[in-house]
Design a protein around this ligand. Sequence first.
Ligand code: PAF
Length: 298
Amino acid sequence: MTQSAFSSRPAPTVVRTAEELAALRPELGRTALVPTMGALHDGHRALIAAAREQADTVVVSIFVNPLQFGPNDDLDRYPRTFDADLAACAQAGATVVFAPPVDVMYPDAATAATGLGQLVTVGPGPMGEVLEGEFRPGFFQGVLTVVAKLFNLVRPDVAVFGQKDAQQLAVVRRMVRDLCLPVDIAAVPTRRDDDGLATSSRNVYLSVKERHSALALSRALFAGERAAGGGASAVLAAARAVLNDAAHAAPPVSPDYLALVDPATFVEVEQGHSGDAVLVVAAWVGETRLIDNVPLTL
Ligand code: PAF
């Protein structure tokens, strides 16, 4: 291992194949996996820090998974910043970076007539048909399929996901439970920049003006959170009022959805609901689609 130029921690070992991972496995001890698509930011650093507290070894996977992108999604322009990601992993204390090429994750991709040649996939069930699942058909199937592969390749004791992708977290938890997968799932709260914007790899797409408009998402969520004492409809009304204003901003914010849901099932909660809920929002600002959420108690 070489010493990183950016930190006093040793640079992570980079592995690209299942065989290289298998050769390392006997040395790993208790292992935490942080699955990522790269373009690492402070939110990922928080995931790696949480993973370090749970295990001897932190494996960060970096793989832009084509199976979870729809035909109109941003697969081609998704930021790919491997050298910076490696430096961030070193700085945050990751031990191993697993960065497979597409043919390691999808061995039939090169010879398939269309698509990736993946015949068997993991389906998210009804939780995958609402909200993100409704607006991004096939997204959760792609996520669960690649996450299941990563679990089988890395064989972590624990895997760490961000609360920022609340529906992804819930669907992954449900896969682990329903398929009896031998891995614990740990969640890390959303990291926000000082202005309230949730950290996301897609924030780099935003112009200065778009970023200003995008702050309406977190403002709407915080307004909803403050209204929690008034029940579900008060939460939604408070958040919706902020988004309605933001629809007239320049550039405008165009929501795909705003919903108050059960954090485990993603079913919308009733007005009389008491207990945990999560207020979720997805919206477009220019060409960029952003999601955010805030957990709250009613
Ligand atoms: O959250 C992400 O970055 C991705 O959906 C994940 C979990 C790495 C699967 O590709």
